[in-house]
Design a binder for this molecule. Structure first.
Ligand code: NAP
Ligand code: ZN
Length: 361
């Protein structure tokens, strides 16, 4: 129980079996309070592929106990005297995958100085499984409360329901930011690889940014109808159509790849790029990417790059775009008490297209 009486409890992973739906409900100690912090009563939290990678120690050893969840929406219940952003008790707010950075407190940091805190090179703090500058551990949103530095807390526009805002805070911004950065808009054709939580946002942002053509690249045709409803102009089913690389060779300017497994035909995806095209990897397989052949890069001057979530200002900009263009994620709500079942279903590839855990109001 914290000094203010808010009970910080949630779903804790104690070892890698947690990812199979073996989290245990329990109390945790949030970071030691600072006057720049806010406490949030969590109402909703999306389930991201990264939660599973982390619970199973897939990217390296996780610092258990670990409460995951970084698509958090809730209500502000406590505001520090030095909090930024005009936050007030009662505000409806969100926290994404990052909840602190060095903010210049560790000397010069080009990324923080230029408002790209998501690329902080001195002290990046993830919303869970991280350590704050004051030594406290970060715990995520599969919980009743969350404590976060105010710099990383954003207000949710009134027109966006909380359950829909939640997945925008990681899946949404992770796809919005690179599409914008790489000039997706009128005159561009875009491929989105993997129609999952991230990928379905990729399709909707590319349309909202007015790209000429958006093509979904999925393993099968099973999600084709959904992709077209989301606004895709075409769907390539790589495991159903043996001729897909021939039919679609050199047709795309930008490819955004959300695939979470190394079992992917990377060079075949890249063959869909035009001369000077850009391949952006955002999916983060636990065993790396397949090998890359040089000649396609050399002969077409292709670029291969990555992208990490978004900054607080990217989050605000994305939420504005979502509100203006009425971008509506495809979500399925789960009661918070059923979080373990939701993980099992997520592992089985069942979400259409994002699960959102909801606390009782
Ligand atoms: P997700 O909902 O499971 O979506 C991943 C999609 O990848 C699947 O729906 C599937 O789409 C496709 N896929 C293709 N080959 C696959 C294979 N062999 N096994 C499984 N899936 C395959 O996951 P997500 O939440 O969108 O996350 C995707 C990845 O992005 C994760 O690795 C996550 O950690 C990472 N991520 C990165 C960032 C960042 O900042 N870079 C932020 C958040 C998440 P089809 O069925 O259409 O083939
Ligand atoms: Zn995420």
């Amino acid at each position: 129980m914290s000094s203010t009486g808010h009970k910080f409890e949630g779903w804790l992973g104690h070892d890698s079996s947690a990812a199979e739906g073996n989290m245990k409900w329990g109390e945790f100690e949030p970071k030691p309070w600072e006057e720049t912090d806010v406490d949030i009563k969590v109402t909703h939290c999306g389930i991201c592929g990264s939660d599973l990678h982390t619970l199973r120690s897939g990217w390296g050893p996780t610092n258990y106990p670990c409460c995951v969840g970084h698509e958090i929406v809730g209500t502000v219940v406590r505001v520090g005297s030095k909090a930024e952003g005009g936050l007030k008790v009662g505000d409806r707010v969100g926290v994404g995958a990052q909840s602190d950075s060095c903010q210049g407190r560790k000397g010069d940091c080009e990324a923080c100085a230029s408002g790209q805190e998501n690329y902080c090179q001195k002290h990046y703090v993830g919303t869970y499984n991280g350590v704050y500058l004051n030594g406290g551990k970060s715990y995520g949103g599969y919980a009743l409360y969350n404590r976060a530095p105010s710099r990383f807390v954003v207000k949710i526009p009134d027109s966006i329901p909380s359950a829909e805002a939640a997945p925008m805070l990681c899946a949404g911004v992770t796809t919005y930011t690179p599409l914008k950065h790489h000039g997706v808009g009128p005159g561009k054709t875009v491929g989105i690889v993997g129609l999952g939580g991230l990928g379905h946002f990729g399709v909707m942002w590319a349309k909202a940014l007015k790209a000429d053509r958006v093509v979904v690249i999925s393993r099968s045709a099973a999600k084709k109808e959904d992709a077209l409803k989301m606004g895709a102009d075409d769907v390539i089913a790589t495991e159903d159509d043996p001729d897909w690389t021939k039919k679609h060779a050199s047709t795309l300017d930008v490819i955004l790849c959300t695939v979470s497994s190394s079992n992917m035909p990377l060079m075949d995806y890249m063959s869909l790029l035009r001369f000077d095209g850009t391949f952006v990897q955002v999916g983060a397989p636990e065993d790396g990417l397949p090998s890359i052949q040089q000649f396609p890069l050399i002969f077409k001057r292709l670029k291969i790059t990555g992208s990490l979530i978004g900054s607080p200002s990217d989050l605000r900009e994305m939420l504005q775009l979502a509100a203006q263009q009425k971008v509506k994620p495809w979500i399925q709500e789960y009661p918070m008490k059923d979080a373990n079942k939701a993980l099992v279903d997520f592992n089985a590839g069942k979400p259409r297209y994002r699960y959102v855990l909801c606390n009782e109001q």
